[in-house]
Design a protein around this ligand. Sequence first.
Ligand code: 3HC
Ligand code: NAI
Length: 697
Amino acid sequence: MNQIDYTVSGNLALITMKNPPVNGLGYELRRSICDGMQKAIADPTIKAIVLTGGGRAFSGGADIREFNTPKAIAEPTLLSVIRLIESSPKPVIAAVHSVAMGGGLELAMGCHYRVASPGAQIALPEVKLGVLPGAGGTQRLPRLVGLEMGLNMIVSGQTVLSEKLAATKLFDQIVEGDLITSAKAFARRVVDEGKGLPRVRDIRIEHPDAQALLQFARNTVGAVARNFPAPMKCVEAVAAAVSKPFDEAMRFERALFLDLVQTPESKALRHAFFGERAASKIPDVPEGTPLREIRSAAVIGAGTMGGGIAMNFANAGIPVMVLEAKPEALEKGISTIRANYENTAKKGRMSADELATRMGLISQTLNYADIAAADIVIEAVFEDMAVKEQVFHKLDQVMKPGAILATNTSTLDVDRIAAFTNRPQDVIGTHFFSPANVMKLLEVVRGEKTGKDVLATTMQLAKRLRKTGVVSGVCDGFIGNRMIEQYIRQAGFMLEEGALPQQVDRAIEKFGFAMGPFRMSDLAGNDVGWYIRKRRYQEKPDMKYPRIADRICELGRFGQKTGAGFYRYEAGRRDALPDPVVEQLIVDHRASLGLKPRKLSDDEIVHRLVFSLVNEGARILEEGIALRASDIDMVYLTGYGFPVHRGGPMLYADLYGLYNVSVRMAEFARNPHGDSEFWTPAPLLAKLIEAGKGFNG
Ligand code: 3HC
Ligand code: NAI
């Protein structure tokens, strides 16, 4: 299929890439560009060629979906396309606008000249996908923007606006106004003045002390890129640009690219890239669903969550009013918000003006009448159904028709909350994570009667608040907390069997988690889980629960906030220090159960924890609580500190092999302690194994 427009004006050919939305350089587009090039080269009336992208990008780079498929290496590869352009006997001028990233920028650098609009996003972001620029980017960019800047852009993957690069050799001209008109005028001058066919490969990299700079880069990258191989390989590829002849360095770059594209780290990062985008798609809520306008917001409750939620709105420039029950609570909440902003300002990350603007967007009240006109109200009062009932009755009475009524509940039934109103279609769950102004995840809980427009508007709002919105159905704990409960249970069983909190935490942190279950529990407050467990003991008396956490809570050790939990904490410090009191408590508890402690390997710890997430995740998927496996992964990557380089629990299971997962589960089920029933593979897991599939296809 042809994916270019080919037009002629005078002695110029204009090739316009046409592969929406971002002109990804897939097989068809690569072939089409080559066809266009051949045609222009063969036509004696054509003296120069302008290459540009149609629609909203010059090009977003190689088609990532083709990676690891035969199409990715089918000729013409991107390297061949660039070789054809670079060796063209007629000058090729890239007309760059909007976005030139990855392979797109590599394509432009293969041209003889480049003309750009200001504001174009220029980047080699391959490192963010766990690879490196594999079509000459590591060789050509340092030649055009200098070694230091090239190295920085390649290792960080960061975007630089075209006008910021005006002083480099990357662009021959930055032009205001109509790009194609200017690019054609530029091309005519090239022809008329016989400017020739400069090739980037012929530019020498000049740097006073390249080796010292490269060594510095190795040291810095080595220290920060712990779990990712790509950044260091980027440095090595750039080093080759300095030390090797061009073609040899190109082969070196290519070999590194082909290695990296196979790594689990790259698979994980690509999974997260597409997972983030997939999460905003809801099968029965089509893209054109009309949205409600959100120009103002209200938050009920100025506690831990309410304050952070209000900050989110202010940060996005949306005026927000905070309502409290009592003046003292309101004052405390607002001063906490101010202190938070002042802290950011003190660190130099916010100006005094910005601080004033944000605080200016936050108003306060004790009176429901004042919030009646808000487009959305988010309730964040105590986690108590009676209090929620009272609040939603009131909201139903006062809020204007069409306002979205959202609840931040973490455990209560959103459908019951909706039923407190006469407008259940306007009610939705917005489950923020603590600290709400920092954490990226927003679980958007779709009630049985939630309107499609309400759901679509809330997902759109998530984007405006710079959150990753993931839709969850209604169930106890939604996606994230329902899974974490099983993970915490396993962690507790392991204490009873022979491990200590610090061993469990260390093992899973080595696996890559930001924080192990016991440090996390101490941070969140052990009383939160205790409260939920007490409810569970009533609801599910037959379910086996490890009890050490209860013993810890009975001592008033609620975690960091009380100075002690599974660990002890010194005043004013957050370091979790192993505590002999806890060790003794564990030893006594084991003795009371008649359990002889055994040594648990780190591998057992890690896989019992991770596969407990996976098995519950499979149930959640099968019940339709999550729409797709990658949604579950996004919840864990953005809300629970699951290691990014592993791509989330469901992808980890896919890469581990679901059959192998089931074998490990069977092994865990044989453990006389623990919960053998829990390890019965979820029906979906068994079905997928049977079909030879993974959670992600
Ligand atoms: N390949 C395949 N699909 C891509 C793509 C790519 N390179 N870039 C974007 N897309 C898809 C997205 O998945 C999305 O698809 P969907 O509509 O089905 O969800 C659609 O294009 C639009 O993307 P966004 O929603 O992200 O649109 P934005 O306008 O917000 O952003 C962008 C555009 C800045 C180009 C952003 O999509 C982006 O950062 N893309 C990735 C760029 C990148 O990493 N390029 C390097 C690729 S690797 C490479 O080139 C290897 C080479 O060196 C050999
Ligand atoms: P909190 O106790 O810090 O704050 C609750 C606030 O609500 C208090 O300031 C209180 O004065 C106010 N309040 C109580 N009744 C009210 C009423 N009738 N009208 C107006 N204000 C009232 O509680 P937190 O932690 O902020 O939790 C709030 C909600 O968010 C709960 O539903 C909780 O389950 C949920 N949540 C909490 C998370 C956390 O990590 N703390 C994470 C995600 C959700």
